[in-house]
Design a protein around this ligand. Structure first.
Ligand code: ADP
Length: 501
């Protein structure tokens, strides 16, 4: 068998035909419904307590902070009310000793101090005016709401959220370990430290980054209709969408939950990375199952492990490795010197990233997919640079491109499964009668969807293969990048939260 024939065979293992795709959509819709009714399902369908999306006319100055892992970001966002905004940002690294401090106050006091510094640097006028007014009152009289900054708090750790600005920490991750914080309301902890510094700030919302993407897109997207779905395709993948309150039946049984019911809607965070963890409909290859077995969390995030940036490079590495390990294989081998030997000579450096788990970044797939030079020069250069493959042939490059295209296409088609299912489950596949506003708006973010060539095109192709959507439905779906989603999104959630109070 020629090298290309071998590569075609491996690539075929990643095929995800229309019939399977439609089974995926059906299963996704069914798992969405289960998740709205009860807890402990594959799709967590977490209520976010955000009950409205913006339409681009919102105005004002808002604050947003983001505690994600290594850094703490503070920003202010001026919403101009015409779908545009300006953003001012600062970033500080969290000192290691604070990540493992004895008391919550040490960490949250540090965060409040950063916010104070930010206010003094970027909004000193507002801050000084506030100080003067407070001094003239000669007491700690509560300020009028109009004078307070509303702040959205993006906190990327597991929390049990029970209100728009109420959520208790379940456990720390990513190297943080402060026992004292577990079980406490992180918004209250931050508010207490802000109050101790007498800052004119109200912690109005606890924010999930996917919800931020949806909100940011809804503000900036043109037209009257709000955005239906915000989706992230970066290191991980997740989506949040607008659901009818009446369908989130598990809310009734959630102890102590508190929310505004006036819009009849709430944004639901699907946590779709764990769609079909039981593997009833997800496609599977030996490369996927080995990746999973050797991961830190086998059996978990099974959808994400086939879709997102953290994993596509590793899937490709395993597929390429399988080709090189076949004794008769010709990938990256030198046929001249290998002619009379049982094994042909390999051209792969001994310390190549091809032999290292997680050795290959998904950015590599984007480079390969983009190369359309006649002799695939860019791929051959990148193979040398990233994988230490000496003098790769055009045929080697073609073989790698076949694998990349297959893995990238499957990822896009799986992404389409999640998006199509949400469009259908919310009834948005039914045309609103035409016209400019008859669109279904989706906001996306993340390096994969932003940089992988043709990712949106492949998603659209898959949409057309879903009978409920078809060609006409696909045309109504508008997909747009939500830039700076986390900051603006958090600000908008703070705004919506403050309005609902
Ligand atoms: P995050 O999701 O962590 O906020 P990103 O959206 O930048 O950040 O996603 C990072 C992920 O995207 C990494 O897993 C990386 O491998 C992948 N990635 C980075 N650059 C590219 C690219 N050019 N094409 C495809 N994937 C990329």
């Amino acid at each position: 068998m020629s090298l290309l024939e071998e590569a075609i065979q491996v690539a075929a293992e990643f095929e995800y035909p229309a019939e399977e795709l439609n089974k995926g959509v059906e299963a996704f819709i069914s798992q969405m419904h289960s998740g709205l009714q009860e807890t402990g399902t594959t799709l967590s369908q977490i209520p976010t307590y955000v009950t409205a999306v913006p339409n681009g006319t919102e105005k004002g100055l808002y604050l947003a902070v983001d505690l994600g892992g290594t850094n703490f970001r503070v920003c202010s966002i001026q919403l101009h009310g015409n779908t545009t905004f300006s953003l001012t940002q600062s970033k500080v690294a969290i000192p290691r000793e604070l990540m493992v401090a004895k008391t919550s106050r040490e960490l949250f006091g540090f965060l409040a101090k950063q916010i104070e510094n930010f206010l003094k640097t970027h909004h000193d006028e507002h801050y000084q005016a506030h100080l003067e007014r407070r001094n003239s009152m000669n007491s700690h009289v509560a300020l009028a709401d109009a004078e307070m900054f509303q702040l959205g708090f993006t906190f990327s750790f597991p929390v049990n959220q029970i209100g728009i600005n109420r959520g208790t920490l379940l456990r720390w991750t990513k190297g943080f370990d402060i026992n004292d914080t577990v079980g406490k309301d992180v918004c209250k902890l931050l508010q207490a430290e802000i109050d101790a510094l007498h800052l004119p700030i109200h912690v109005a919302a606890l924010v999930n980054d996917t919800v931020g993407t949806l909100m940011a897109r809804s503000y900036t997207s043109p037209g009257k209709t709000g955005t239906l779905l915000g989706a992230i395709f970066g290191t991980g993948t997740n989506g949040a969408y607008v659901e009818k309150l009446s369908k989130i039946t598990k809310l009734e049984s959630m102890k102590g939950s508190d929310y505004n019911k006036s819009t009849g809607e709430m944004i639901v965070n699907t946590e779709w990375g764990s769609f079909d963890n039981h593997m009833t409909v997800l496609p599977d290859t030996p490369y996927d199952s080995d990746l999973d077995k050797e991961s830190v969390n086998p059996g978990i995030q099974m959808f994400e492990k086939r879709v997102s940036g953290m994993f596509l490079g590793e899937i490709l590495r395993r597929a390429m490795l399988a080709l090189t390990q076949n004794p008769k294989s010709k990938l990256f081998s030198d046929e001249q010197s290998g002619k009379n030997e049982l094994h042909s000579t390999t051209n792969i450096a001994e310390d190549s990233a091809l032999y290292k788990q997680w050795g290959l970044d998904t950015a590599f797939l984007s480079i390969v997919a983009a190369d359309s030079t006649p002799d695939l020069r860019v791929i051959r250069q990148t193979l040398a640079r990233d994988l230490g493959v000496d003098a790769a042939s055009t045929e080697d490059a073609e073989a790698v491109k076949l694998l990349v295209n297959a893995i990238g296409k499957r990822s896009a088609r799986l992404s389409a499964v999640a998006m199509a299912a949400i469009v259908i489950a919310t009834g948005n596949h039914v045309s609103g009668g035409g016209g400019e506003d008859d669109v279904v708006d989706i906001g996306v973010d993340g390096s994969l969807v932003e940089f992988y060539p043709g990712f949106e095109g492949m998603i659209r192709e898959a949409f057309r293969e879903v009978p409920e959507i078809g060609e006409a439905g696909e045309k109504r779906i508008r997909i747009g990048i939500a830039k700076d989603g986390s900051g603006v999104g958090a600000a908008l959630i703070a705004l919506v939260a403050a309005q609902a109070e």
